[in-house]
Design a protein around this ligand. Structure first.
Ligand code: NAD
Length: 294
């Protein structure tokens, strides 16, 4: 399939490479010259602007930071909605606001263009391995047509509902992960202050009801004081702000999300925004003056 791929950062770069490995033809663009350069000698056609990517393609895929970036590329600055073939489908893998997804899909429909919102869970290692989990919104017929494309980049793709449902599901995922990391940090810090080694707490409870993927990934990072991203705190703040917007639209109560968002904002203002989101532990360390160890 001929595909335009825009946004070749931590996630988009390896995703594009997996599509190439699966035998697709890719025309790629990123406004960051280094990200574009990283695609040299992969077989992708490097383009000098977004408009150049869409010539005769069957799908346009974006992996951009947030709603304004997707709006800018599709509707405002690059206006790909006008330039891409009317027969092509737009697949947005970025994590953006569900309302923005629906708005963009509405504008694309004016040109007869279908859209799937298809954000992912899994982070860079799974983007590299091609084992991402896709949560998708859109029409079933469109989903089924492009499912093999998603499966070239991931190990699962679930249709969650109409356009916007992919990003609603992603926001649910981000709420659970954020609150879970905060609970883990709070509990390990409490345990240490009560005189029990965090490593022992981790070993004793990881196989029980409290055990989780989040715990297995983040507890060792916290005990090592290793906050190299992974998933940057600032991106998680972006996602939780999108949760606040989505919850506001339907009057849903989100006290836990709001609490963790405030903690993340404190850390952002303290210079920790580029750290992994497991640096939520620092909120507790700064309050208590006590550093978590093994
Ligand atoms: P990133 O910042 O590494 O990559 C985004 C890329 O988009 C950058 O290279 C940037 O130059 C490019 N870009 C921005 N605006 C552009 C424009 N107008 N035209 C062309 N290129 C443009 O971010 P990432 O970590 O790859 O994340 C991308 C999306 O995936 C985000 O929505 C993020 O929340 C989500 N996500 C990230 C992870 C993760 O672990 N990093 C996991 C799941 C989902």
């Amino acid at each position: 399939m001929k595909i335009a791929f825009i946004g070749l950062g931590i996630m988009g770069g390896p995703m594009a490479k997996n599509l190439l490995k699966a035998g697709h033809t890719l025309r790629v663009y990123d406004r960051n010259a280094q990200a574009l350069e990283n695609m040299k000698s992969t077989g992708a056609i490097l383009c000098s602007c977004a408009a150049e990517t869409v010539e005769k393609v069957e799908a346009v895929i974006t992996m951009l930071p947030n709603s304004p970036h997707v709006r800018s590329v599709m509707l405002e600055d690059d206006r790909l909605a006008e330039l891409m073939p009317g027969t092509a489908t737009f697949i947005d893998c970025s994590s953006i606001s569900p309302a923005a997804s629906r708005e963009i899909a509405g504008k694309l429909a004016e040109y007869g263009i279908d859209m799937l919102d298809a954000p992912v869970s899994g982070g860079q290692p799974k983007a590299v391995d091609g084992t991402l989990a896709f949560m998708v919104g859109g029409r079933e017929e469109v989903f089924l047509r492009f499912r093999p494309l998603l499966e070239a980049m991931g190990s699962s793709a679930v249709l969650c509902g109409d356009v916007g449902a992919g990003n609603v599901t992603k926001l649910c995922n981000q709420t659970i992960v954020a609150v879970h990391i905060a609970a883990l940090a709070e509990a390990l810090q409490l345990g240490q202050m009560c005189g029990v080694q965090p490593q022992k707490i981790f070993e004793a409870i990881r196989g029980g009801l409290a055990g989780s993927t989040v715990m297995n990934a983040k507890a060792p990072m916290m005990m090592d004081q290793n906050f190299r991203p992974g998933f940057r705190m600032d991106l998680h703040i972006k996602d939780l702000n999108n949760v606040v917007e989505a919850a506001g639209d339907v009057d849903a109560p989100i006290p836990l999300t709001l609490q963790v968002l405030e903690m993340m904002k404190v850390l952002h203002h303290d210079g920790d925004g580029a750290c992994d989101h497991s640096a939520l532990l620092r909120y507790y360390q700064k309050l208590t003056g006590e550093v978590l160890h093994h």
